[in-house]
Design a protein around this ligand. Structure first.
Ligand SMILES: NC(=O)C1=CN([C@@H]2O[C@H](COP(=O)(O)OP(=O)(O)OC[C@H]3O[C@@H](n4cnc5c(N)ncnc54)[C@H](OP(=O)(O)O)[C@@H]3O)[C@@H](O)[C@H]2O)C=CC1
Ligand SMILES: Nc1nc2c(ncn2[C@@H]2O[C@H](COP(=O)(O)O)[C@@H](O)[C@H]2O)c(=O)[nH]1
Ligand SMILES: [K+]
Length: 485
């Protein structure tokens, strides 16, 4: 990356910078390869943050199908972690998981489940899991909520067989004006195909492990029995281990990394794969170097930019994210490590700028909280807008959950040190209510950004990007105006 003009003597964040176009020989945005160079096996440079309100099994399978990876938070019990990893690994890599109900269930069950996935239609199955009908949210709302699914469902079904050609399925769905087709394998439901899903599977490559299963990451903290937590995650099938704490540049982190690296290396042969270790968070080259030297393959960068994060207001500590990524990436690269830019991403441009600064991938939390796939319950505000509740991992709410095993006094004392918001409303964007809609928009923006820079891949982009510094009005000029001024 080069600065257009002199690099200013102060630190910069995403809003402070812009990219100028360069002469390009990349003639199509589809010629851009967004495979990450960080060794995690993702085909687009996006990681879902290890936050309880954001990263669960539906989020993980959905993003992995499109080439990204989600990291499970360190707060969940070990058994839940194992079950979630196994569930994600059991999912089909092309067909989406259906919302299923039985004909004798009340429609209130449909209404409770339908908001959990993007396709807004439940498949009605019989006791052998064969699809016998479809039921939509609208059909369920038109009747008393104790009416049964069988009373309202559509019995006219267009099903496809496992292995059918996807473009023919797309054409058939279009001809019949159907949005969704159940896929049947050995007479049982194997998943669903939607027109949008089919299109997406021609644009994205799923993030697959050595066994051809969807990838998922697992976070472990630096407290407690780090060795056994790391071993449990590795044996469960985690594809990346994330050693994560607020202040990553501390002795306890360096010690934890030594332990995690040792256990990873010990069981590498048994697992038949070397699982990369990500560690953070830091914002200085010294921090990045210390973690890389202690065994991190990926350095997680960002103190204070997160939307749920109050660290900078509480402590004055942190660093504007663009400069933090730029400097840490340079230090990490010298030691053969990569960087994940973590936090503060609100627009596709921020992802592009993080990659220009040298990130191998970009971690997103709060932006993805307001989607069908985040784990929270769907709520409606007084104006009828859909939202989910989100909270920070250092909020009193998260700390109280994480420290349940401790005594009441200890828990209350820990909660005094909160550095995050305990409750926020993340609204679903009516135009992009699913995480895949957000991924589409991010990836479209980033691909376009690459062609403006004349870059075919992430390495070329970070070399060629031409970055300038702008004023607040320069940034404001770039915003679209939805009403006249
Ligand atoms: N990127 C960011 O800006 C931040 C991210 N987070 C996220 O919140 C989650 C929880 O992290 P965390 O609060 O570290 O909790 P952890 O449960 O990981 O505990 C952190 C450990 O570090 C010690 N510690 C020492 N100094 C600090 C400090 N300044 N801030 C916090 N802990 C410190 C704590 O001891 P003691 O409690 O006795 O001090 C404790 O033993 C993580 O997912 C983390 O990524 C949290 C804050 C900032
Ligand atoms: N200081 C805090 N940082 C937090 C907290 N919870 C999460 N985080 C960090 O934010 C990013 C995600 O950023 P976002 O802008 O995309 O939401 C996450 O990965 C953590 O590093 C918190 O309670 N306090
Ligand atoms: K913040």
């Amino acid at each position: 990356m080069k600065f257009l003009g002199d690099r200013p003597p102060y630190d910069l964040t995403y809003n402070d910078v812009f990219m100028a176009p360069s002469r390009s020989s990349v003639s199509s945005r589809l010629d851009v390869d967004l495979t990450t160079p960080d060794g995690v096996g993702t085909t687009i440079p996006l990681v879902v943050a290890n936050m309880t309100a954001i990263s669960g099994r539906r989020m993980a399978e959905t993003v992995a199908r499109r080439g990204a990876i989600a990291v499970l938070p360190q707060d969940i019990p070990e058994r839940a972690m194992r079950e979630t990893v196994a569930y994600v690994k059991s999912r089909h890599t092309v067909y989406e998981t259906a919302v299923t109900v039985h004909a004798d269930e009340p429609v209130s069950n449909v209404l409770a489940l339908i908001g959990k996935r993007a396709h807004r239609t439940a498949v009605v199955i019989d006791d052998q899991r064969a699809p016998i009908g479809l039921v939509t949210e609208r059909q369920s709302r038109q009747v008393d909520r104790f009416a049964t699914v069988g009373e309202v469902m559509t019995r006219e079904l267009f099903t496809v067989k496992d292995g059918d050609d996807l473009s023919s399925v797309f054409d058939a769905l279009t001809d019949h004006h159907f949005e969704l087709a159940p896929v049947v394998q050995d007479d049982a439901l194997a998943g669903v195909l939607t027109r949008q899903g089919i299109l997406r599977s021609t644009i994205y490559q799923p993030a697959l492990d050595g066994k051809g299963q969807l990838r998922i990451g697992v976070a472990i903290g630096i407290n407690g029995d780090v060795r056994s937590k790391a071993a449990a995650a590795l044996y469960a099938g985690a594809d990346v281990l994330v050693v994560d704490t607020a202040h990553g540049h501390q002795d306890k982190m360096i010690d934890a990394l030594g332990v995690v690296r040792a256990v990873r290396d010990e069981i590498e042969g048994e697992l038949g794969t070397r699982v990369p270790i990500a560690a953070g968070n830091v914002v200085t080259p010294d921090g990045a170097r210390d973690l890389a030297t202690a065994g991190a393959d990926i350095i997680k960068v960002g103190v204070g930019p997160g939307a749920m994060c109050t660290t900078r207001m509480m402590t004055g500590v942190g660093r504007p994210q663009f400069t933090a990524v730029l400097e840490c990436a340079s230090a990490a690269t010298d030691l053969g490590a990569s960087v994940w830019a973590d936090g503060g991403v609100k627009y596709p441009r921020d992802v592009a700028l993080a990659l220009a600064a040298g990130a191998g991938s970009v971690m997103i939390g709060s932006w993805f909280a307001g989607t069908w796939e985040s784990p929270g319950d769907l709520n409606t505000d007084a104006d009828g807008r859909l939202f989910k509740e989100s909270f920070g991992m250092a909020s009193a709410r998260a700390v109280s959950g994480r420290t349940q095993a401790r005594g009441a006094f200890d828990r209350a004392r820990s909660a005094l040190f909160e550095e995050g918001i305990s409750s926020s409303r993340m609204f679903l964007d009516p135009a992009r209510p699913g995480v895949e809609d957000l991924i589409d928009s991010i990836i479209a923006g980033v691909r376009s950004s690459f062609t403006y820079a004349g870059a075919r891949n992430i390495e070329e982009f970070r070399e060629r990007a031409l970055v300038g510094v702008q004023s607040a009005s320069g940034y404001d000029e770039g915003r679209p105006r939805e009403t006249s001024w």
